[in-house]
Design a protein around this ligand. Structure first.
Ligand code: CTP
Ligand code: MG
Length: 225
């Protein structure tokens, strides 16, 4: 794998509590396959991606390996057991990313409809010196800061975006963000890079990268397939 320079980490180790299925979210049905199949196949067939590490819940490793074989995902370099939080799952997968990787793309399996256009958008600014690049969407609702049910202020939404995955990083910036072994609490990777002073660019996201959280989200994404 010496010329593999762009690696993807696919985090699929959540339990899917809010979905409330009888199995982890990554293994619920989406169309006629499991949810994980969609993002795994899309990353595997992307010309931008050289290798993939997948993090899955304990005891679902064999199911993930069987799925990779079934969909002939030839770039899967490793399937790892995820951790208790998203960040711990990213860290577990990062340990299996080759030292040759120059760029690492981290993606939530809960966002099945990743495509090459958004992968390209997050990869390009890395060559302009950014440490990381995230897809963002403008906020259309009015946003208020609230304290115990009482409005404190109305926040200027012009400067706000909601952030999705895939998120792309220079491998060195991402590795530095996850260095050490203290537990990290972060809902995305970019916030850890930001905390160390990293420069993060925001590019246009995609409404179809909706994160499947509830049954209704699952039905909506299935209708877009
Ligand atoms: N994730 C993970 N390891 C965890 C928690 C989350 O790999 N310990 C992944 C999920 O599999 C998902 C992504 O991080 O692809 C975003 O997490 P989220 O949508 O919150 O999924 P879950 O944690 O599974 O759902 P819930 O919070 O409802 O339990
Ligand atoms: Mg969660």
């Amino acid at each position: 794998m010496t010329d593999s320079t762009t690696w993807a980490i696919l985090v699929a180790a959540g339990s899917g509590e809010r979905l409330g299925a009888d199995r982890p979210k990554a293994f619920v049905a989406l169309g006629d396959r499991v949810l994980l199949a969609e993002s795994l196949e899309r990353l595997d067939t992307s010309d931008w991606i050289d290798a993939v590490v997948v993090a899955v819940p304990p005891e679902w490793e064999d199911a993930a390996i069987a799925l990779a074989e079934e969909i002939v995902a030839s770039k899967v370099a490793a399937v790892v057991t995820g951790g208790a939080t998203r960040a711990e799952s990213v860290r577990a997968a990062l340990a299996l990313v080759s030292d040759d990787a120059l760029v690492i793309v981290v993606h939530d399996a809960a966002r099945p409809l990743i495509d090459d256009e958004v992968i390209e958008r997050v990869l390009l600014p890395l060559s302009e010196g950014f440490d990381g690049v995230v897809p963002g969407l403008a906020v259309s609702d009015t946003i208020k800061r609230v304290d115990r049910g009482v409005v404190v202020e109305t926040v200027d939404r012009e400067s706000l975006v909601t952030v999705q995955t895939p998120q792309a990083f220079s491998a060195s910036a991402l590795r530095a963000a996850y260095a050490g072994d203290e537990p990290v609490a972060a809902t995305d990777c970019a916030s850890l890079v930001e905390a160390r002073g990293g420069r993060i660019r925001v590019v246009e996201g995609d409404p179809r990268l909706l994160k499947v959280t509830t049954r209704a989200d699952l039905a909506l994404v299935a209708s877009w397939l």
